[in-house]
Design a protein around this ligand. Structure first.
Ligand SMILES: CC(C)(COP(=O)(O)OP(=O)(O)OC[C@H]1O[C@@H](n2cnc3c(N)ncnc32)[C@H](O)[C@@H]1OP(=O)(O)O)[C@@H](O)C(=O)NCCC(=O)NCCS
Length: 158
């Protein structure tokens, strides 16, 4: 594994405003739109960290906690939590804000696994992560358990 990189160096925050086209017949956001923003933010983190082409291989635990309305401002924060040999676990947190009241709500969380690919489209080795803060250490530990659980689940499916 090459030199370790800091979590903060690959962190991404994307900001969006919810337009009528993004919504369902209830005027709240369509879940697929949130998922595409989450996938995009997480992919940017994985590319920044690995400096390779990356693909989404798994999405874990996506939860919609409260609705997001047309006109809300949405921020998607994505951070690398854990790395394997070629895979990266990225945690995403979505927060919606009503720009007229300033009210902010945590609306969605998700964990995505990306794999870095070499020039012939096969998994390739990536740098490790330097976990510095207590929060990063906690996420790393939880990420390791999550990845192990995913692997165990795949084994039982085979
Ligand atoms: C990603 C891909 C190349 C992996 O191929 P593979 O033959 O399974 O590769 P490996 O078994 O060597 O696994 C490579 C890594 O992926 C991880 N992985 C593979 N399948 C996984 C899954 N379902 N969930 C989580 N991690 C997975 C492995 O644990 C391994 O991690 P490590 O290198 O950190 O230990 C292949 O599954 C693929 O091309 N998938 C399609 C991706 C895609 O098109 N995504 C949607 C659009 S972006």
């Amino acid at each position: 594994m090459s030199e370790e990189k800091s979590v903060i160096d690959s962190e991404v925050i994307i900001q969006q405003i919810v337009m009528p086209n993004d919504t369902n017949p209830n005027n709240t956001i369509f879940g697929g739109v949130v998922m595409s923003w989450v996938d995009m933010a997480a992919a940017m983190v994985a590319e920044r960290h690995s400096q390779k082409h990356v693909v989404t291989v798994h999405i874990d635990d996506i939860t919609f906690l409260s609705p997001i309305k047309v006109g809300d401002h949405v921020s998607v924060k994505a951070q690398i939590n854990y790395v394997g040999k070629s895979s990266m676990l990225i945690g995403c947190k979505v927060v919606a804000e009503n720009p007229r009241t300033g009210d902010k709500r945590h609306t969605t969380s998700a964990y995505l696994t990306f794999v870095a690919l070499n020039d012939v489209g096969r998994p390739t080795e990536i740098p490790g992560i330097k976990v510095e803060s207590e929060e990063e250490k906690r996420r790393f530990k939880e990420g390791m358990a999550r990845v192990k659980a995913q692997k165990d689940k795949r084994k039982t499916k085979k």
